[in-house]
Design a protein. Structure first.
Length: 587
């Protein structure tokens, strides 16, 4: 919305991690240095902790990108698994057999793989992000993995990354054996006031290719007070401040504009009043103290020295930092703001909506029926990087994307990073799924499936563009390949990627008290798709929650009433006015 006004090529303060905008504070640089040192030394266990939004995942990505070919890595980013599921996930990430349904066989397969890599002079690294979600049982299983070793060295180096709760869990009596094996423990601190200013300037410079500072020193100080130096919160308030400045036709972000942005994010118009309401007792004591001191000055007691001593201490200044909740939606009902102050015009929804018609899959394409053996040969003859490029181009063609793919993408080793960057380059998003064929059908988006040949551990990617009964149609180099679901199951491990478009510009986390406009857009969206009982205001109420649960139920998603990326995909799928490349015809 404000990109052209400020001369940005893109929004500089998006919440999506982008390596191009990477800024490392001293704490982050120290953590990276310690990680690299620990890996070189062959240390078995490393723990990195930090508050929500301090950049733990960014540090992990930076660390992985700097590793050379002598390292094999497994990156687990959704650790809400039991011990058996975790072992399967680890084997999957190392591209080795994960089919056994018992712990012993899985560990034996992993051990053989690690021994083989050790003989090749390579190191194996396991990184588990959001590790605070691991149960005690799973953490104990991870400790047992550290027993995989030779007489001279560990076969597997393990890095646990999580919030401070992870450290508290590791300090427990039950996990004392694991805690004793930790050789390095790093904690990521928020940015300092100076680093906050440098962080803001860095992102603006990358987005505009200029070195101009739009934020005044007073504005930066206010942002630091609000965010506490947490990068994610800095991004949120800076993005809103730019929007406020744009609405006032000014290119200078002052303290007053920043205060206004913080008020909007906090869902309150009188922050001073709220402060005094929540600290009434302290204020009463302070006022009473002032009155007593005044009385002492007017009517001094006999022991004046004691009076002076008692009045020589200043009351500490209290700063209230408003931190948005981590949950996607705040369930507590908030008062509705004045709707006249909320802009819900089409421009406020998204400038990316393009009502172009996407032509259906052309019948002129040659259809080839593949049996299991044919599909096996295709997978065996393909390679990961070229297949993902072919699949991505097929999906982009369905979306009628005009940008295409840059050649540098071919060199990206991590497949998920490739899909994220390729999608972003074309103003699209990508969501990775682990699920069955019914989930693929329910989502009804053209998707990229990750398949494996029995002859190779490397994944091959195919673009699924159509489903008819029990037959699936993949587009590959200009032709359609028809495969039965029985043959597909021989090569598919239930992992797939959905490329999607954020038509209405929903944020990743819709929070009532932080973004009433997002709730308004959500309610208009629900009204559009047939939920007539929705009342148009900025409160995430019971009617909205029930509507979201209803949609989640129909799509086979978790019925938590929370609007995240998966639910947003389903919401767009419900809109008949949006043009989306579907697997099946929408009636």
């Amino acid at each position: 919305m404000y990109k052209a006004f400020f001369g940005f090529k893109e929004r500089p303060f998006k919440l999506v991690p982008d390596p191009a905008y990477l800024y490392l504070g001293q704490s982050h640089e120290d953590a990276l240095g310690h990680l690299n040192y620990a890996v070189r030394q062959g240390d078995g266990f490393v723990v990195i902790t930090g508050e929500v939004g301090t950049g733990k995942t960014t540090v992990c990505r930076m660390f992985l990108e700097k590793l050379d070919d002598s390292s094999e890595t497994a990156y687990i980013f959704n650790p809400k698994l039991d011990a058996l599921q975790l072992l399967k996930a680890i084997n999957d990430e190392f591209f080795i057999d994960s089919s056994p349904s018992n712990t012993k066989d899985l560990i034996d397969i992993l051990n053989r793989f690690l021994m083989d890599k050790k003989q090749q002079g390579k190191r194996a690294i396991l990184i588990i992000d959001e590790a605070q979600n691991l149960s005690t049982e799973v953490l104990e299983q991870i400790r047992l993995l550290s027993n995989l070793e030779t007489t001279k060295a560990k076969l597997l180096q393990i890095i646990l990354v999580g919030q401070p709760e992870l450290g508290e869990k590791l300090d427990s009596f039950e996990l004392r054996q694991l805690e004793q094996r930790i050789t390095l423990n790093c904690h990521l601190n928020p940015l300092t006031s100076k680093e906050t200013g440098e962080y803001i300037s860095h992102r603006i410079q990358i987005a505009s290719h200029k070195n101009s500072i739009l934020f005044t020193k007073a504005a930066i100080q206010k942002i630091f007070q609000y965010s506490g130096g947490i990068p994610r919160l800095i991004n949120i308030v800076c993005d809103r401040a730019l929007l406020c400045a744009y609405s006032r036709d000014t290119r200078k972000i002052t303290r007053d504009i920043t205060v206004l942005a913080i008020r909007e994010l906090s869902g309150r118009r009188q922050p001073r009043t709220v402060f005094f309401d929540q600290n009434r007792k302290a204020v009463f004591v302070l006022i009473s103290l002032v009155m007593v001191l005044g009385a002492l000055l007017v009517y001094p007691p006999v022991n004046l020295k004691e009076s002076k001593a008692s009045s020589g201490h200043d009351a500490p200044m209290v700063h209230k930092i408003i931190v948005p909740q981590k949950k996607e939606i705040i369930k507590k009902k908030q008062p509705s703001p004045n709707l006249s102050s909320i802009n819900i015009t089409p421009d406020a929804v998204s400038t990316s909506i393009n009502p172009m018609k996407i032509p259906p899959m052309t019948p002129e394409k040659q259809v080839m029926i593949y049996q299991g053996e044919d599909l096996e040969n295709l997978l065996h003859e393909s390679n990961s990087k070229s297949s993902r490029d072919i699949a991505m181009k097929s999906i982009l063609g369905l979306w009628q994307a005009k940008v295409g793919l840059n050649s540098f993408l071919l060199e990206i080793e991590n497949h998920q990073d490739y899909f994220v960057l390729a999608s972003k380059q074309n103003q699209l998003n990508v969501q990775k799924f682990e699920g069955d064929l019914e989930l693929v059908k329910n989502l009804n988006y053209a998707a990229i499936l990750e398949l494996y040949s029995a002859k190779s551990p490397a994944p091959i990617f195919l673009a699924l563009v159509k489903v008819e009964n029990d037959h699936l149609f993949f587009e590959y180099e200009g032709k359609l390949i028809q495969v039965s679901k029985e043959d597909l199951f021989l090569f598919w491990k239930h992992r797939f990627y959905v490329i999607w478009k954020n038509f209405y510009g929903y944020s990743e986390e819709i929070q009532v008290q932080n973004n009433g406009n997002s709730v308004m857009i959500l309610k208009r969206h629900l009204q559009e798709i047939g939920y007539s009982d929705i009342v148009l205001n900025s409160t995430y109420d019971t009617a909205v929650r029930n509507a979201i649960k209803d949609i989640q139920k129909r799509y086979g998603l978790g019925m938590d009433g929370i609007v995240g990326p998966l639910t947003i995909i389903a919401l767009y799928n419900e809109s008949r006015s949006l043009v989306i490349p579907h697997l099946r015809q929408v009636l």
